[in-house]
Design a binder for this molecule. Structure first.
Ligand SMILES: [Zn+2]
Length: 1028
């Protein structure tokens, strides 16, 4: 049979159609064989170069926790395993030396790295050295840019960058913020240029702006984020046309993806080389049409991809091979660094961009401005821990790491991870939010031990080297915000007194009032010199007691037997970078006791006005609340009204369906909140402060404080549980309304640093079409918001990140809390409906927070915003101890400053990092707090005398570093690419401090300048007692 077939075949062939004949011949000549794909192509001048950038975007927690993502558990929520990505990457890169990959999130990479064998580590180091594997961005996470504070951004970037430097000798060159929901000026100039990045890539920006930019080929710009630092902090910024995924046309190659694979084996069906090459060329040409120069980037990857890396590389090998054989465009394996260098080499001038990219909208009714406030408790916790971390590192430095003992390391990592764009943003699932809080809590507990033992050492002995196991016990009260403080709620009888140590992490002397819960009303306070300090007793109100008992039960699982009945308030004065001690005891003689606040209700007719305020600031209240603000010193005089309202969260069922949710603020109407029945105001007055208590409605309680020695208002709000029984989610806002003529203009900070001018219903980059008059005018606030007219400035500062706006002239609005019932369709798959459960009964979360308000004559507001703003960021750290009898002062140091007793930092400089490093050197960061032109005196060059900052140590070496402390500043400046701009908006001369003379050791700082140093100390003297 076989023979007959063979003979017969030629004659049959003659009857076959011609095309089949051709195919047959093709099959006969195409041997099944190995194809060596040529992937070696570099850049080809004169051709359109398509840079294929293989990448994975690994959220450091979102739908799953960071550890679940890493190990690949909880896959019923999301099939994602970062370990698979990194494991499969190594062999895939080894297979072909032209293949490249970038890795971003160091929190994941470090988890993986510490599990690898020396052999794998060696191979990976070679891949890094050869440039096949490049670390970019390089922080622990890809931090958010709206709800994070610049100090946290710096810290988390430093943590990742220093690891990469130490382990790999690598310095990341590229900012890669591809997923955060809008982009900040501080990211561009500070976490971009000042870190030493040559470029910064992202994609999320207002859809209207993006369309315009595509038309004008303005997706790639030079971003000048700082008015103060000007062109010296420019950075090249590339905005992806669509997203951070492969281009349209089917180029997704995960194992289970549905894109058509390039099939080039002629022995198999569905051979499609020509079609797929055409698809690729079409995608490239389409992107080239909106991009300047002949370089475009294809971002080859997306969330948690490359779990089996070979599937992507196999396809990209083929595309590069066949596309280059085709020859119409040039395809190459690339990285953002190679792409950036190609853009630079093109020697173009680029459009300039100033300010920022907020707010972000991806559709007409989808403004991502809800997350500015989402999860306000987590936001508050992150901020609190950030300040604690700053102070704890100072104490770790002062302790000089004697012995092993607790450290700040786990708090550092927890805080770093919490800056992720689905962490502090509030856009993660509830169980993931809990995971972030748990990590912070674990980190705090360890840092707390370090703080307490260091304080014990510092108080106990002038000879620190002897201080290994100090006997003094300190306790702290992280739950002071819910009036829970076991250390201060003690019986003071039989000569026992409460020792209150107050630590000041700021570089200047600080006068403040502290408040602690106590169980007795008959108390007296003495300072460290034995002088009696005026103090005041304020009754603990029902709203605070309820919150305390419910939340202590919910979070600690206990019902404390003792309940404090009072707050004890007294003024403290604390030296810079040091502490002071106060003693609270039972009052023996009558007359020398804390003043009990006078307490009375205010109700009745509108004419029933009352004035509060013990110092210069006087506030007038009527039954509806505050009505008038008058400062007897500055003579600012203004009618002021405060109101509450809520936005009804859209349920997503109407026209252009879009619910309000964790990301998106989509209101469906705004409703004033009025007292359902006229609750009287309660006024408490005393020598230190006055409080006005208002039960706004059954679920909003407010306390307004004015202090004798301060000229601002402090407002504490307790909001929740927000009722949703009517099926409507609610977003609660407060408004401060004046008669100021502010011409649609207000100012909000960028990550707690530069203030940016905002104009209602206006964008400087394009003609905005307004679809969402409230949501589209909301901006992130980390430090504050202010408005001004010809004579006055009104500033509001916040204790955590919130959303804010000015929807009416003369008015400022803050969004304080959100409780919503529908998912907003951006992936999280949960409604933002936070609850707290006690004994199986759950209720909506109650939020306690503060904001601060001040009116100033025009031109004078910056001083308060900057100096007091820094005090809000770094609250006094309070530690408690007990003593029997009055012997503390004889056995302890009760007042101390680590600086020269005659020295303090200038009012315009903050010490933002002081951290002992592993090798015994010290990381120091100093920040100028004022912008150019912000204040007539403080917007000037400032100087810091390091010899006086460290009077007991001798600096043997000082090296100025880049912001993330991974390279010398001079080397960074030499390397960094300088980009040309098309239309410079006139550059003023930038003021920066000069080099530090190692003999004088004086650091100069220009406006908004942050300088980072590594200092080596020669030898160490013992700490000196602070001489009062
Ligand atoms: Zn993400």
């Amino acid at each position: 049979m076989a023979m007959a077939m063979a003979i017969a075949t030629p004659s049959r062939l003659r009857h076959l159609p011609f095309f089949l004949l051709l195919l047959f011949v093709f099959f006969l000549v195409a041997e099944p064989k190995y194809i060596a794909y040529n992937t070696s192509q570099g850049i080809v001048p004169g051709k359109l170069n398509v840079h294929l950038v293989p990448h994975t975007h690994d959220d450091v927690g979102w739908l799953k926790t960071i550890d679940q993502y890493y190990v690949g558990s909880n896959n019923s929520i999301q099939g994602a395993c970062v370990q698979n990505v990194l494991d499969s990457l190594v062999p895939a890169l080894l297979k072909d030396k032209n293949r490249k990959f970038i890795y971003v999130e160091q929190a994941f990479f470090q988890r993986w790295w510490r599990q690898q064998s020396d052999a794998v580590k060696k191979v990976v180091k070679e891949l890094v050295d050869s440039g096949q594997l490049e670390f970019i961005n390089g922080g622990m996470c890809m931090h958010d840019e709206a709800t994070v504070h610049y100090i946290d951004m710096i810290d988390q970037t430093t943590l990742g960058h220093r690891f990469l430097k130490e382990e790999f000798g690598q310095i990341p060159r590229i900012g890669w913020q591809i997923d955060p929901f809008g982009h900040s000026a501080v990211q561009a100039y500070l976490l971009g240029a000042e870190v030493g990045f040559d470029a910064f890539y992202f994609f999320r920006m207002d859809y209207q702006d993006k369309e315009k930019r595509k038309e004008l080929k303005k997706l790639e710009v030079v971003w000048r984020g700082s008015r103060s630092l000007g062109s010296s902090a420019d950075i090249f910024s590339g905005i992806f046309p669509k997203n951070y995924e492969p281009p349209p046309g089917g180029f997704y190659f995960e194992v289970d993806d549905t894109s058509p694979l390039l099939q080039d084996d002629p022995l198999l069906f569905d051979y499609n080389v020509e079609e797929r090459v055409n698809d690729f060329v079409a995608a490239a040409v389409s992107q080239a049409n909106i991009t300047r120069t002949n370089h475009i980037m294809f971002t080859m990857g997306t969330d948690f991809k490359y779990q089996y890396a070979e599937t992507w590389f196999r396809q990209m090998d083929k595309f590069i091979h066949y596309v280059n054989k085709d020859g119409r465009v040039n395809a190459l394996y690339s990285t953002p660094s190679i792409y950036t260098d190609a853009k630079y080499a093109a020697n173009e001038s680029w459009p300039i961009k100033t300010d920022d990219f907020f707010p972000y909208a991806d559709k007409p009714n989808a403004y991502w401005t809800g997350y500015f406030t989402s999860r306000p408790a987590l936001k508050g916790y992150v901020r609190l821990m950030s300040a604690y971390y700053l102070a704890a590192r100072q104490l770790e430095f002062l302790k000089e790491k004697i012995g092993s003992g607790p450290t700040t390391a786990s708090l550092a990592e927890a805080l770093a991870v919490a800056q992720h764009h689905d962490a502090v943003t509030g856009t993660e699932k509830q169980h993931v939010a809990n995971d972030y809080a748990k990590r912070l809590s674990i980190g705090y507990v360890e840092a707390e031990k370090l703080v307490e033992s260091t304080l014990a050492c510092l108080t106990e002995s002038v000879n620190k080297s002897a201080c290994v196991n100090p006997s003094t016990q300190f306790g702290q009260c992280p739950l002071l915000n819910i009036s829970y403080c076991p250390s201060s709620e003690i019986e003071l009888s039989g000569g026992k007194s409460l020792v209150v140590l107050v630590y000041n992490s700021l570089g200047w002397k600080r006068e403040d009032v502290i408040r602690i819960p106590v169980i007795s009303e008959s108390l007296v306070v003495h300072d460290s010199e034995g002088r009696e300090v005026e103090s005041q007793i304020l009754p603990l109100v029902k709203a605070s007691i309820n919150m305390r008992s419910q939340y202590v039960k919910a979070y600690l699982g206990i019902s404390p037997s003792i309940a404090p009945k009072f707050w004890l308030a007294f003024p403290v004065s604390v030296p810079p970078f040091g502490f002071n001690t106060y003693f609270v005891s039972s009052a023996k003689q009558p007359g020398s006791v804390s003043a009990i606040s006078t307490l009375y209700p205010l109700k009745g007719s509108k004419s029933n006005n009352i004035e509060v305020g013990q110092g210069h600031l006087k506030l007038l209240y009527d039954v509806h609340g505050v009505s008038h603000y008058f400062d007897r010193r500055s003579l600012v005089n203004m009618n002021v009204k405060q109101t509450y309202s809520f936005y009804a969260g859209d349920n997503g069922s109407g026209a252009d369906p879009q619910a309000s949710g964790a990301y998106i603020f989509r209101p469906n109407g705004t409703f004033p909140i009025k007292s359902e029945r006229q609750e009287p105001l309660t006024i408490m007055q005393g020598p230190i402060l006055d409080e006005v208590h208002q039960q706004i409605n059954p679920w909003i309680y407010q306390i307004t404080r004015t202090y004798k020695g301060k000229e601002h208002i402090e407002t504490e709000f307790i909001v929740g549980p927000i009722p949703v029984e009517d099926g409507i989610g609610k977003e609660v806002a407060t408004q401060i309304t004046t008669t100021m003529g502010t011409n649609k203009t207000f100012y909000t900070d960028s990550n707690g640093r530069d203030f940016i001018k905002r104009i209602r219903d206006y964008r400087s980059d394009w003609d905005i079409q307004v679809n969402q008059p409230a949501a589209g005018n909301y901006y992130p606030i980390n430090l504050g918001i202010y408005i001004k007219d010809n004579s006055t400035e009104l500033s509001i500062l916040v204790d955590r990140s919130v959303g804010g706006t000015s929807l009416l002239d003369g008015q400022v609005e803050l969004m304080l809390h959100r409780r919503l019932l529908y998912d907003d369709g951006r992936g999280v798959g949960e409604a933002l409906n936070e609850t707290v459960c006690v004994d199986g009964t759950c209720a909506g979360l109650i939020i306690q927070g503060k904001y601060y308000l001040k009116l100033d004559p025009i031109g004078e507001g910056a001083r308060w915003r900057r100096s007091f703003g820094q005090e809000i960021y770094s609250p006094l750290l309070i530690a408690f101890s007990e003593q029997d009898g009055g012997n503390w002062a004889s056995s302890h140091i009760s007042k101390f400053s680590a600086m020269d007793p005659s020295y303090s930092l200038p009012d315009n400089v903050a010490l933002i990092t002081l951290q002992a490093l592993e090798d015994g050197s010290v990381l120091l960061r100093l920040a100028h707090l004022y912008e150019v032109g912000e204040d007539k005196d403080f917007s000037q060059m400032a100087t810091v005398e390091l010899k006086k900052m460290f009077p007991d140590k001798k600096i043997s070496k000082i090296t100025e570093m880049s912001l993330s402390a991974n390279q010398e500043r001079t080397a960074m400046e030499k390397k960094r690419l300088k980009w040309k701009v098309e239309d410079s908006p006139g550059s003023e001369a930038t003021v920066r401090g000069g080099p530090v003379d190692p003999s004088k050791l004086i650091v100069e700082l220009g406006p908004m300048e942050i300088r980072t140093f590594i200092i080596k100390f020669n030898y160490i003297f013992f700490l000196k007692k602070f001489d009062p």
